[in-house]
Design a protein around this ligand. Structure first.
Ligand code: GLU
Length: 343
């Protein structure tokens, strides 16, 4: 006679097999796992250690169902994806007007690490390019560097529901080789756009880039935004609801490096990518997508991650501006995910 625990695990394994959306994700995973294009980031030796075959896809719905395929537990550094969320915290710390007086919200079409400021106002173009992200990190409140980092880590915990560590070798490597970022910081100091706590702010920026996450975390970050700023599993508020639209709209216009325009046109899902191989993508009111696969295209976006988002968008009509009937009705496919209790 099986006990209730056995029955429960049998039921959840049957669910896992029969969930149509998970089967769909399995098919996507199988289709793209053998796509061997792109290059793993190697501007610091630690990133070059990533295995090109790592590939994970996780989707979390705004009501807390989870679907995952592949390497969703593998940790990697969040890198530029952090920029969107730190922007949210800066908005909470200072409000929209003040933050916007320090960082513009205009896409650049320039590389993420270009040393360029808006000539008229001396502001960096947006919070997703390095200059703008450093100016944003400068705005994070705290009485010293420890408290500022603690506030950042607590914020990420509210979004993902778990503690995050920093990859110290990545942080130290970023810090010891980040001359370009240092140059941008001094240029902005010259124009009075950031405070003179340059070393502390750059450390915070390098640390935020070195936070360890997995594909599930990226899906949770996105699902929390999709759910109006409330983590759909823990029900904790991660960001003031007034600023959710700020973060999502910057992701749409500037989140995918200098491929952001093409992304908005073709995929139409606000997203942010990082050179660690992650993409976090938000379908407002519906779901969050997290993908992880280290090989990047020439613009710095994960090649397999792009494919996954393109297909999800096309097959389920998730493009923000789509008004046509999609091939598949999302609600009918989203049954049998792992619920809150299985998290
Ligand atoms: N840590 C990187 C830098 O500052 C950001 C890399 C990224 O774009 O993901 O250069």
């Amino acid at each position: 006679m099986p006990n209730s625990g056995d029955l429960q695990s049998l039921a959840s394994s049957i669910t896992a097999v029969t969930s149509p959306f998970r089967n769909y994700l399995n098919d996507l995973y199988d289709k793209y796992r053998s796509l061997n294009e792109g290059k793993v980031a190697d501007y610091i030796p630690e990133l070059a250690l990533a295995k090109p075959e790592w590939f994970g896809i996780c989707v979390v719905t705004a009501d807390g169902q989870m679907f995952e395929v592949g390497e969703c537990q593998q940790l990697f550094t969040i890198q530029s994806i952090s920029k969107a969320f730190v922007f949210g915290l800066a908005l909470e710390d200072h409000g929209r007007e003040y933050v916007n007086s320090k960082v513009s919200v205009e896409p650049t079409g320039e590389a993420f690490n270009s040393i360029v400021l808006d000539e008229a106002t001396n502001r960096p173009y947006n919070p997703m390019v390095n200059a703008g992200a450093i100016a944003t990190a400068d705005l994070i409140k705290g009485k010293n560097s420890t408290e500022r980092l603690k506030r950042l880590l607590e914020m990420f915990k509210r979004y993902t529901g778990r503690e995050h560590d920093i990859n110290v070798p990545v942080f130290l490597s970023e810090k010891s080789t980040g001359y370009r970022n240092r140059a941008m910081a001094y240029l902005m100091l010259n124009f009075g756009m950031i405070s003179d706590k340059i070393d502390e702010t750059l450390d915070l920026y390098f640390q935020q880039c070195s936070i360890l996450v997995n594909a599930k975390d990226l899906a949770m970050l996105a699902a929390t935004l999709a759910n109006g700023g409330i983590n759909p599993v823990t029900k904790e508020r991660a960001i003031d609801e007034r600023y959710v639209q700020d973060v999502i709209s910057i992701m749409l216009t500037c989140g995918m490096y200098d491929a952001s325009g093409e992304w908005a046109y073709r995929v139409g899902i606000p997203a942010k990518s990082g050179v660690g191989g992650g993409i976090t993508a938000v379908v407002p009111g519906k779901l969050g997508i997290g993908t992880f696969s280290p090989p990047l295209d020439a613009k710095g976006n994960s090649i397999r991650g792009i494919k996954v988002c393109e297909y999800l968008s096309k097959d389920f009509g998730l493009h923000l501006f789509n008004v046509a009937k999609p091939e598949r009705d999302l609600q009918q496919w989203l049954v049998g995910g792992d619920g809150i209790n299985d998290w």
